[in-house]
Design a protein around this ligand. Structure first.
Ligand SMILES: *Cc1c(COP(=O)(O)O)cnc(C)c1O
Length: 375
């Protein structure tokens, strides 16, 4: 157990228990465990938060991506553009549907899908799934324009970006999950909005797509025992919806606290060793799901921090195109150089709303100490 963990779910529970416990007790007392009132209430509140007309609660972020691709008719013979530097769940559902992920290299500055890499494959793909990595929106103007010109739907993997904002050239602001045809969110416990188990949501302003995704999540059913299509068992639990509804109320301030912590790291770590701090282009507001540094001394720094009781992490050490699971695609090291450099050099520092200022101070001091002594 680290002295300063990478995430602290106990601290989060402590801060929210006064709101969560009565909401959970109500669900238990009413026993409406499947599609109870809290599911619809949470969906409405989350759609409003994201700025979309609809949100559909589902069983996980992975299910959100799966149902979205299925609703758009992705299937055998199709290719779907996915960044190579992400969690595997961005790509898995593509494979489940019999389609093939087309791994795209990432922008060296931000680690998210490189518009130039996408440009090279856009004419071949059936859908594009960029990831708002670490809480920072991708370059939505560039990626959105490519997808639009090619007539290909954009599905935002917003699993790490609840509340992140992108400012268009005309000054208008869009939140993660509200730009593309569909946004996919995870409420995995450690995410910016976390449930007490697996949960997720799909956001869209297209009512037909929302209906299709809702139906697919619930056995393709149109009434209790009438099934229009073969669907899935991927509903959002009422208990999780109750937890999420309680925690959503503080998400804005929680995200602001993450931004303040990021600013704290930034001022203490700029110019230290060969560290590259997270980029935040002027037109994008990150919600800092993770605070990710880059250094050529990653493994040494990681070991130093862990010895000091600090729960640093690596997101992600093995690029998707080089995973054993995707060996059949025939990629070789060197195919996606920017992705591979991120995998070698990235290191995540603890960041969560409950992280005390003193802990941030300690983490930053240990990072500096590493470069003063060993680096
Ligand atoms: C967490 C995550 C997912 C998957 O979400 P689950 O709720 O764990 O299924 C997908 N994509 C990214 C980028 C994630 O971080």
């Amino acid at each position: 157990m680290s002295r300063i963990p990478l995430v602290d779910l106990a601290a989060s529970y402590d801060r929210h228990r006064h709101a969560i416990e009565p909401a959970v007790r109500t669900v238990l007392a009413e026993t409406r465990f499947i599609l109870g009132r809290e599911v619809g209430e949470f969906e409405a509140a989350f759609a409003e938060f994201c700025g979309t007309r609809h949100a559909v609660g589902v069983s996980s972020g992975t299910a959100a991506i799966h149902l979205s691709l299925a609703a758009l008719g992705v299937g055998p013979g199709d290719e779907v553009a996915v960044p190579a530097h992400t969690f595997v769940a961005t790509a898995e559902p593509v494979t489940w549907l019999g389609a093939r992920p087309r791994f795209v290299d990432v922008d060296p500055a931000t680690g998210s899908m490189d518009p130039d890499g996408l440009k090279a494959v856009i004419d071949r793909v059936r859908a594009v799934v960029p990831v708002h990595l670490y809480g920072l929106p991708v370059d939505l103007d560039a990626i959105g324009a490519l997808a639009r010109d090619a007539g290909v739907p954009l599905i935002e993997d917003a699993a790490q970006a609840h509340g992140a904002e992108f400012v268009h050239d005309d000054g208008s602001v869009v939140r993660a999950g509200a730009y593309g045809r569909i946004g996919c969110f995870s409420f995995y416990p450690g995410k910016n909005l976390g449930a007490f188990g697996d949960a997720g949501a799909v956001t869209t302003s297209d009512p037909t797509l929302a209906d299709t995704i809702r139906r697919l999540s619930d056995h393709g059913r149109v009434s209790k025992y009438e099934h229009l299509t073969v669907g899935y068992a991927a509903r959002l639990d009422t208990l999780q919806a109750a937890v999420l509804g309680a925690k959503l109320r503080t998400l804005r301030e929680d995200n602001q606290r993450r931004r303040d912590l990021a600013a704290g790291y930034r001022s203490r770590l700029s110019g230290v060793g060969d560290l590259v701090l997270p980029a935040e282009p002027a037109n994008r507001r990150s919600v800092y799901h993770l605070f990710v540094l880059r250094t050529r001394h990653r493994d040494g720094l990681l070991a130093h921090l862990r010895d000091a009781g600090i729960g640093a992490g690596v997101h992600y050490p093995i690029p998707l195109h080089l995973q054993p699971a995707y060996a059949s695609l025939g990629h070789r090291p060197g195919d996606l150089p920017a992705t591979e450099a991120w995998a070698r050099e990235c290191l995540s520092l603890p960041i969560y709303p409950e992280l005390p200022d003193e802990h941030l101070e300690t983490v930053a001091a240990e990072v500096r100490r590493y470069f003063e002594t060993a680096g």
